[in-house]
Design a protein around this ligand. Structure first.
Ligand code: ATP
Ligand code: MG
Length: 443
């Protein structure tokens, strides 16, 4: 198994000049979009929409996606899972073993290649990975195995109207674990659930774990990780005291909590993750066995675990925005600091650059709004829309007194602070796990 830190991205710190960043900002709300994530991410130049449910990740949006991916990757490393990558393009044979070539459409894209042979695009990977493991693993000693990927999934969703929450092409982290005994599967499954809570908390969200149906395959309930949001498509029933939660799809009509008798309430929510225990379902369908210690034949047990990375990004926006724009949590924000110059005096730009470089030297990623001929009002509005956790303003008003104005995006009051102190305050109040990844052009 891989040890942590081997796969970590190099720590690179950058200051990016906004004038050089490919950032197509829009003044107006995009037409036909009802969801906050779609409106704000499109207006803020984080994403572009090509067609229904199909989006381009622009440089700023791609940085957010990478940061979320990094949080998830660190969680996977703590679970000793190994990162790899499976193909999206599929042929029917293995899918026919479970019957899913016929049952997954119309959600699964299927078409013909140039020789008229059927091909499809994977919307999940249980069949592919189970086939791999049954062909390569012989003995129970070789288990457990856990493998994960970040991969583009394709699903022909009927109503992709909710921005990145429901794409027809979207990035998912999928993890699969293989076990020789149900106890081992159960232990690992619990560990993944704990890790999922940590991951969502690091993304600034409180996930509610909800029992849901295991789908058509398994009697064991699956677990959904739901974020309460008024725009969510799901409905969950939860106990006021927090010791019971169920997807309303499977909740019985009972009104008191079955665990404590307390009152239940219904909330709208977005599912950001899902975990399934298949046990021997795939071993039975696809004939996958290993040899036990005394030569006996044991079914290879499977569990799978998904997190929608793009949906997670969208859900953070749904849960954390105000009328002015996005409010990114520290670890997910593309830049920790948005540094603005208001005014045209050359000295202001020199002062701002000095400050930005000093922050960069301390490992803080800075977006530097160095644009000229843009009004103060517009710069401030853009900073609110983009939602970096800290805003630093250098203007003639602050410059004269050797100070700059510092404001957190989630607070309303700005304070005038001496420029030397700004760096210390930002270091103290920024999550230093804000690992920088070089994607946008650096200065
Ligand atoms: P839903 O019920 O919302 O369609 P699902 O049950 O089909 O979700 P899974 O098959 O469990 O989803 O996929 C794992 C994760 O992938 C989900 O928890 C979600 O975060 C994400 N996901 C699923 N479908 C989409 C989609 N169309 N666009 C973006 N993310 C998605
Ligand atoms: Mg679905």
């Amino acid at each position: 198994m891989l040890r942590t830190c081997e796969l970590r991205h190099p720590k690179l710190t950058v200051m990016v000049r906004q004038s050089e960043l490919f950032l197509p900002l829009r003044r107006e709300d995009p037409r036909g979009e009802e969801f906050a994530n779609a409106k704000l991410l499109l207006r803020g130049g984080y994403i572009d929409k090509l067609s229904s449910g199909v989006f381009t990740m622009l440089p700023l949006g791609f940085m957010v996606l990478r940061r979320i991916e990094q949080i998830v990757r660190e969680g996977m490393e703590r679970l000793h899972a190994q990162e790899f990558s499976m193909p999206a393009l599929q042929t029917p044979a293995i899918w026919e073993e479970t019957g899913r070539w016929a049952t997954l459409p119309p959600e699964m894209f299927q078409f013909s290649d140039r020789s008229d042979r059927p091909v499809g695009l994977a919307m999940t990977h249980e069949e592919v990975i189970f086939d791999l493991v049954r062909r390569t693993v012989r003995s129970a000693h070789e288990l457990p195995i856990s493998l994960y990927q970040f991969q583009t999934k394709f699903r022909d969703e009927p109503r992709p109207k909710s921005g990145l929450i429901r794409g027809r092409e979207f990035l998912m982290k999928d993890l699969y674990s293989f076990h020789a005994s149900p106890e081992d599967l159960e232990t690992y499954y619990r560990a993944v659930m704990d890790e999922y809570r940590t991951i969502f908390a690091q993304c600034g969200l409180e996930a509610i774990v909800v029992e849901a149906s295991g789908g058509i395959f398994t009697k064991n309930p699956s677990h959904e990780f739901q974020i309460i949001a008024s725009s969510g498509e799901d409905r969950i029933i939860l106990c006021e005291r927090g010791d019971f939660a169920q997807n309303s799809e499977i909740a019985s009509a009972a009104s008191p909590c079955p665990k404590c008798g307390g009152a239940l309430r219904e909330e709208r929510s977005v599912e950001v993750g899902n975990t399934f225990r298949f046990y021997d379902k795939y071993a039975n369908d696809m004939r996958g066995y290993v040899q036990g210690a005394s030569g006996e034949k044991l079914p290879i047990l499977l569990a799978s675990y998904g997190i929608g990375i793009g949906r997670l990004m969208a859900t953070i926006v749904e849960a954390r925005h105000d009328e002015k724009g996005i409010v990114w949590p520290d670890r997910v924000a593309p830049f920790a600091v948005h540094l603005l110059v208001l005014g045209s005096h050359e000295g202001l730009f020199r002062e701002a650059e000095r400050l930005g470089n000093a922050l960069q030297d301390k490992g803080i990623a800075v977006l530097y709004d160095d644009r000229v001929n843009v009004s103060a009002g517009e710069k401030l509005a853009t900073a609110d829309l983009l939602g970096m956790p800290q805003r630093v303003v250098v203007s003639s008003k602050t410059f004269a007194s050797g100070k700059a104005e510092l404001k957190r995006r989630d607070e309303s009051e700005a304070r005038l602070v001496a420029t030397q102190e700004i760096i210390e305050i930002i270091l103290l109040t920024t999550n230093t796990n804000h690992t920088n990844i070089r994607i946008a052009p650096s200065v």
